[in-house]
Design a protein around this ligand. Structure first.
Ligand code: CO
Length: 140
């Protein structure tokens, strides 16, 4: 198993409108989707398209949002994860485990904000960086 393209970089923010506006005004990255709520994931998301990848801006939604803990440590927000494409999420999950990595949650892939199956690998396995793997068979 080898990771493919960088799909997106996840950025947590306490104020998704302000962060969206900042990327537009400061960097000219003005190709943003409207905010979309994913109550089942506990997040509100904006995707900002840039030439070779995407930013995934993430604001917590609801009391049990997984983003709350991150924002407690980083109240102004910050880089949360990076996401690489893989052709088969179960092959990737099993490879991660065989290589000694910890897959977060139950380890069962679930449908993320992009509408395809994802898993997350614990930051302790990647020198502090939370890594998302996303199944994208089209690019395999
Ligand atoms: Co993501």
């Amino acid at each position: 198993m080898k990771i493919g393209r960088l799909n997106h970089i996840g950025i947590a923010t306490p104020d998704i409108a302000a962060t969206t506006a900042m990327y537009a005004s400061l960097y000219g990255a003005d190709s943003a989707t409207p905010p979309r709520d994913f109550p089942q994931l506990g997040v509100r998301v904006v995707f900002v398209s840039i030439e070779n990848t995407q930013l995934e801006l993430i604001e917590p939604l609801g009391e049990s949002s997984p983003i709350h803990k991150f924002l407690e440590k980083n109240p102004k927000g910050g880089q949360h994860h990076m996401c690489f494409e893989v052709p088969d999420i179960l092959v990737a999950r099993d490879a991660m485990r065989e290589r000694g990595a910890t897959v977060l949650g139950t380890g069962e892939p679930y449908i993320g904000a992009h509408g395809v199956p994802v898993i997350f690998v614990h930051p302790k396995n990647s020198d502090g960086v939370l890594v998302e793997l996303m199944q994208t068979p089209d690019h395999s």
